[in-house]
Design a protein around this ligand. Structure first.
Ligand SMILES: O=C(O)CCC(=O)C(=O)O
Ligand SMILES: [Fe+2]
Length: 339
């Protein structure tokens, strides 16, 4: 694993245990019939949405489990969440939906079968990434720490999700395909502010949706990026993440002028995958509004608990980036969104 202290700090990622332990622990996949991994087997702790600095495993036994999370997770056998996903076919027939207004955006439905979704959720809960529901985001860095999710790459390939014209072969043939992942947990009412993913990630980003559907919105970026931008980023936090949230996508200036911002809404179903390439990755912001329901074809649909997995690849130079303003990324946005 390569993860410099500065970078770790900036992305709220804390290492527990030695690298060698971590690598061997993560070599094999999670056996869903086993007991959840003990804290000593888990290499990382992750930022909590309360912003607390010290999230050491020593505290875990003392944690009060979030009651909503407990109810949901206790009702789900570790290896079967199909009761959450009742409306999908057993054998998925992937469909690919490009969005012509947003070049490089494609939503791929029915990519993960019930079993695939169960396995992925089982892996996530087994690893206690969300610390029993007390935090809403977790991250993994480096190929070793993504070993548990490597099987998804094959699924993406065989489903046609990583094929032209939806995804450019300039990135789908890279090795490794992904070396960074973020798991996000959303309760009804939670969201993520509109953002362009950090410049430190390469082109070619995927978002997997699990457990329930949600509406994601896309807006033209206020500060578009280019692939060759410095890995540190080129824009400031106050420019990138100000008021475009919770008000149907209008920022302060646009509200004053009475202008409607361009916004495209995309429905993300469990088992679906979003691919972001080129303009969709660099020139459009994506976000999820903080609401308890979404309007879908005129109907109000209540939100339920949702988990997403974002997979990306770090730009080589990004591993050397030291600490800077940690607030200019989507990770920090989750913290704001839940406070
Ligand atoms: O949770 C999602 O669906 C989106 C996550 C995201 O945009 C991010 O982590 O950068
Ligand atoms: Fe993002």
């Amino acid at each position: 694993m390569v993860c410099l202290p500065g970078l770790m700090d900036q992305l709220h990622c804390e290492l527990f245990g030695s690298d060698s332990d971590l690598a061997s622990d993560l070599d094999s996949d999670v056996d869903l019939d086993q007991e959840p991994l003990s804290p000593s087997h888990q290499g990382f702790s992750f930022s909590a949405h309360d912003g607390s600095e010290d999230n050491g495993w020593a505290q875990i036994d003392d944690m009060d489990m979030d009651p909503i999370f407990r109810d949901i997770m206790e009702s789900v056998p570790a290896d079967d969440v199909s009761s959450f996903i009742s409306s999908e076919p057993l054998e998925p027939q992937p469909m690919h939906h490009p969005y012509p207004h947003i070049p490089g955006l494609c939503v791929h439905t029915n990519v993960l079968s019930h079993g695939d979704q169960s396995k992925l959720i089982g892996q996530i809960t087994n690893r206690n990434f969300f610390r029993a529901g007390q935090q809403n985001q977790a991250m993994c860095f480096g190929e070793n720490d993504l070993a548990w999710i490597k099987w998804i790459e094959l699924l993406l390939s065989t489903s046609g999700t990583l094929s032209e014209p939806y995804c450019s072969s300039t990135w789908t043939t890279r090795q490794p395909l992904f070396d960074q992942s973020i798991m996000n947990l959303y309760y009804p009412g939670n969201g993520i502010k509109p953002h362009v993913d950090l410049a430190r990630f390469e082109d070619g980003i995927i978002i997997i949706s699990l457990l329930s559907s949600i509406t994601m919105d896309f807006y033209p970026a206020r500060a578009p990026m280019k692939p060759e931008d410095p890995v540190e980023g080129t824009y400031t936090a106050d420019r990138a993440y100000t008021t475009r949230s919770g008000n149907d996508g209008m920022d302060g200036e646009q509200i004053e002028k009475g202008e409607e911002p361009t916004k495209y809404s995309v429905r993300l179903e469990p088992g679906s995958v979003v691919t972001l390439n080129g303009p969709a990755r660099y020139e459009w912001e994506h976000g999820i509004q903080e609401r308890i329901d979404d309007v879908v074809n005129g109907d109000i649909v209540k939100r339920k608990i949702r988990v997403s997995v974002t997979l990306r690849k770090m730009r080589p130079a990004a591993w050397d980036v030291g600490p800077s303003d940690g607030s200019i990324n989507g990770e920090a946005d989750r913290k704001l969104a839940t406070n």
